[in-house]
Design a protein around this ligand. Structure first.
Ligand SMILES: [Cu+2]
Length: 245
């Protein structure tokens, strides 16, 4: 009986994944998208070793890419999944689209940070990530978990001043489905320590060239308008000039 319970429990744990970074695919997830990188079949559960390990044993600490704080950093430079393979190319000052696959809804919020390392064998640091907390075009840095299993797109604005041959994009999902208490003793579902999921992807960001994405849009819009509208006005002006002079 005990064996049965333990087997069921381990089965539940094994299938109890929660989410992964699929665009750009994270280091543990790239193999699913045609990259010849090591396979992490539990890439939807890179969660600091789980709630108990993170919050009870490690006092909330976690590896920067979701590995257990006290364990092997398989997803950080030097680790088996951190091959340095570039999973996406972007431009500074432009937007980038990030996709998440949520395999179990857990509420809470997602955050994204980048660190220009320019060397796949050097580990990123949290202070480097924190200096580049990305925001969405609406200004928000937090993307709320929509509350259902599925694939979600988040648009992020890349800072104009950050370019790199290799940056690490850090995805952090702070879930919000457990009851807990904040430091100021507010208690609620979603308050206090929560299960966290991470994903790191290697990306390249080319330097900003001239215009930001908004300027580019304005420019192309103007050019389009010029062709159709300004040509017409020009034509009318020529007509008027011809009529009167
Ligand atoms: Cu969970």
């Amino acid at each position: 009986m005990l064996i049965t319970i333990l087997t069921l429990a381990s089965l539940f744990t094994a299938t109890n994944g929660h989410g992964r970074l699929i665009l750009p695919p994270g280091r543990s997830t790239m193999w699913r998208y045609g990259y010849n990188t090591p396979k992490n079949y539990n890439d939807n559960q890179v969660s600091c070793g789980g709630f108990y390990k993170q919050w009870t044993l490690n006092k909330g600490k976690c590896g920067l890419c979701g590995d257990p704080w006290d364990g092997i950093r398989e997803n950080e430079a030097g680790g088996k999944y951190a091959t340095g393979t570039i999973a996406g190319n972007y431009s500074a000052g432009n937007t980038m689209e990030v996709k998440l696959e949520i395999t179990a809804s857990h509420r809470g919020f997602h955050e994204f940070r980048i660190c220009p390392v320019n060397n796949p064998s050097v580990r990123a640091t949290q202070s480097c990530f924190d200096a580049n907390l990305l925001h969405q075009p609406n200004g928000l840095t937090k993307f709320d978990e929509p509350g259902a299993v599925g694939t979600y797109s988040v648009t992020l604005v890349l800072p104009r001043e950050v370019s790199c041959t290799q940056c690490v994009l850090q995805w952090k999902w702070n879930t919000g489905n457990s009851h807990g208490c904040d430091k100021n003793n507010t208690c609620c579902i979603g308050c206090g320590p929560q299960e966290q999921f991470y994903g790191c992807a290697d990306i390249a960001i080319s330097p900003a060239s001239g215009y930001s994405v908004i300027d580019n849009h304005a420019t192309s819009y103007y050019v389009r308008n010029f062709t159709w509208c300004h040509m017409f006005i020009l034509f009318i002006q020529i007509l008027i000039l011809n009529l009167y002079f």
